[in-house]
Ligand binder design. Structure first.
Ligand code: NAD
Length: 319
């Protein structure tokens, strides 16, 4: 099996690669060619979470699991709060194929999913991007979003304002005017990305204008929440995986409140295959509930393995 360490990933997988891999995976899921296994996610105490996301893409020859979690104390130790590793297996034999560092891959595949939703669901004339959150993932989200629309400016809010300058640096690097704003100013945005680890809603229905696209990317566990359920209830809902959206995604709260059910939520893959037309009007609020699926992880890890093999990189071991 090939070990592809974290340090190699940046040279092996680009944001464009991640975008293509995630789009192909969502489409394969929508065609029923690939499926995710139920997520295992456990609280370890003191805010730490650990779990396993896995799946099978038979046509793509991918079987595997991402083991990883969220360790909020890591920043103080100089390492990122997310720590994960992807393991790939041969779907015909079960033999291990590769072990791949999953930290950068997670950020790339998450930002790719968000950008994909913006590309397919936001209005074509969207020019103001709102970001709620300014942690590790936020910069990746912004970098991916610039690839799919011609943004004229970025407005951002974060509960901890001292984290915003780092996001402002990314915007400056991308040549985009950046302004830290109160949540009430999010009405100026035509697309809003939420990427926080919040346990309670920050973004309310009153903060969002008609016609806005929301990419809600932070809620990936039971108990997290970024958006007011009433906003979820009035939006047209899309997701990566319906089963995850209603249980560990942003929709969990609106489902619990009886405002929406599984039948109201469309897999983004159905938009990619043309089975669903996506946005129906300029005034509709669309919301992508990006919960993060195992198949996304396998898809980007497979790209890393293929590139590493082509270039003779990584460490081959017998197991
Ligand atoms: P981080 O720890 O670097 O940053 C956390 C962010 O959440 C910061 O912006 C912080 O200010 C904000 N925050 C913390 N407590 C809050 C509260 N009570 N109210 C509002 N905001 C609060 O985390 P990160 O790596 O940027 O990840 C952000 C979130 O995205 C996490 O919840 C993570 O689990 C999730 N995530 C989801 C996916 C996916 O596929 N959907 C993938 C990766 C990460």
């Amino acid at each position: 099996m090939l070990i592809v360490p974290e340090a190699l990933i940046a040279d092996l997988v680009s944001p464009e690669d991640a975008y293509e891999a995630v789009a192909a995976t969502f489409a394969a899921m929508a065609r029923g060619e690939a499926y995710n296994f139920p997520v295992v996610r456990e609280a370890l105490g003191e805010g730490r979470q650990y779990g396993f996301k896995s799946g099978l893409d038979r046509a793509g020859g991918m079987l595997g699991v991402k083991a990883g979690g969220y360790f909020p104390g890591n920043m103080a130790r100089g390492i990122t709060n997310h720590q994960s590793t992807v393991y790939l297996f041969d779907p015909d034999t079960g033999r291990p194929v590769a072990m791949v560092g999953g930290n950068l891959l997670t950020a790339l595949r998450t930002a790719a999913a968000s950008a994909l939703s913006i590309d397919r669901l936001a209005r074509k004339d969207a020019r103001v991007l709102g970001i709620v959150g300014a942690g590790h993932q936020a910069g990746f989200q912004l970098r991916a979003a610039v690839r799919v629309r011609k943004w004229e400016r970025v407005i951002a809010w974060n509960l901890h304002p001292e984290m915003l300058p780092k996001l402002a640096e990314v915007a400056a690097e991308l040549g985009l005017p950046f302004e830290a704003v109160g949540l009430e100013r999010m009405v100026e945005a035509e697309a809003i990305i939420t990427i926080t680890s919040s346990p309670a809603a920050s973004l309310m229905a009153a903060h969002v204008s008609p016609g806005t696209h929301l990419a809600c990317m932070g809620t990936d566990t039971k108990g997290k929440q970024e958006v007011q359920p009433a906003l979820v209830g009035k939006a047209r809902l899309f997701t990566d995986e319906v089963a995850q959206s209603v249980s560990i995604g942003e929709a969990q709260h609106a489902v619990a409140a009886g405002m929406v059910s599984d039948a109201d939520i469309v897999p983004l893959g159905a938009v990619l295959t043309g089975a669903d037309a996506g946005r129906r009007s300029e005034a509709e609020i669309t919301l992508f509930d990006g919960t993060g699926v195992g198949l996304q992880d396998l898809a980007v890890a497979a790209v890393a393995v293929q590139r590493a093999r082509e270039r003779g990189l990584g460490v081959e071991v017998s197991v």
